[in-house]
Write a protein that binds this ligand. Structure first.
Ligand SMILES: [Zn+2]
Length: 310
């Protein structure tokens, strides 16, 4: 769903868009990232801000809770959304001989691909070809190359192998048949993620009013954080409402509503990750304004009409 936007200022940095300067081009600003199935957007961000907001998107998509939810919902999600997030999951296995081995799902088919901490895993045949090439380059006799390759073949996975003095390779470890368990040590979504989503949704609700000076504080926090500073948004009033007994579902929701006399935006991802972001500089709306997107059917349900405030 597109929200029309006539003002030519970016809603995050408030600079004029489309001035011909690099980075100021108008882009589609998705309220909930498109990569997790968000469809509500408006042409209200400059290219610079939109690409920086992408770092928030990465934090959301890489979060263990999001990845865990997506795995439960895979059959109901559009394949692209499922694979996109599933491929960010991390798995490990502690192996007596090799220490901790890591695996990541492949982006194309979701199958596990082994990786170690510091190097991308190579295929055994590629490493073997490298061994042969280096032996040839060192003018080793053919029968000795044959013997050396036989030695390589007999080496156990993960073992260091000396090709010629000073030249070593590691024999690749095959992931086949190994059981990996999930890595649960990734960070939980930082506060700037729901703040960013809530701010963009608020703009969809109150339109041009978003440029008023009273929202400078939100913009400042967003600009600081997406500019690489520490999570300044953690000081913002954001309630974390996730409850373990709510079942996950293939839907996202947003609502601009009044809670305890205060204007808030509720951000709901996969029905299960729920934040309530407070905007104390704003009068609360008389009537709740909402938007939902059902990922399985692609349906959008919204009431983003004229806002009447107290
Ligand atoms: Zn901008």
């Amino acid at each position: 769903m597109k929200i029309d936007w006539w003002d030519k200022r970016c809603i995050v940095c408030v600079r004029q868009r489309d001035t011909g300067q690099e980075g100021r081009q108008t882009t589609r600003g998705h309220v909930i990232p498109e990569s997790i199935g968000g469809r509500l957007w408006s042409p209200f961000l400059c290219k610079d801000c939109n690409s920086k907001m992408g770092t928030l998107e990465d934090k959301l998509l890489g979060d263990v809770s999001v990845i865990g939810v997506v795995e439960q919902l895979l059959p109901e999600l559009p394949p692209k959304v499922g694979l996109n997030i599933h491929s960010r999951a991390g798995y490990f296995r502690d192996d007596e001989q090799h220490g901790r081995l890591y695996a990541k799902p492949r982006r194309d088919d979701g199958g596990l691909e082994l990786s170690t901490m510091d190097e991308k895993t190579r295929r055994d045949e590629d490493v073997r070809a490298e061994v042969r090439k280096k032996l040839r380059a060192a003018s080793v006799a053919d029968d000795q190359i044959k013997a050396k390759l036989a030695e390589y073949d007999a080496a156990s996975p993960g073992q260091e192998f000396e090709i010629v003095p000073g030249e070593r390779v590691r024999k690749p470890i095959s992931v086949a048949g190994q059981a990996f368990s999930r890595t649960w040590d990734e960070p939980i979504v930082p506060a700037v993620v729901p703040l960013g989503i809530a701010y963009l949704f608020l703009a969809c609700c109150i339109r041009e009013e978003i440029y008023e000076a009273r929202f400078d504080a939100v913009r400042e926090v967003l600009l600081q954080t997406i500019g690489g500073a520490a999570d300044a948004a953690s000081k913002w009033t954001i309630d974390w409402l996730r409850t373990p007994d709510v079942p996950v579902a293939a839907l996202h929701g947003l609502a601009f509503e009044e809670v305890g006399g205060e204007a808030t935006v509720r951000v709901v991802i996969f029905r299960w990750l729920v934040w309530r972001v407070h905007f104390p500089m704003l009068e609360p709306p008389m009537k709740r304004t909402h938007y939902s997107r059902y990922l399985e059917t692609g349906d959008e349900d919204a009431n983003l009409g004229h806002i009447v405030r107290a």
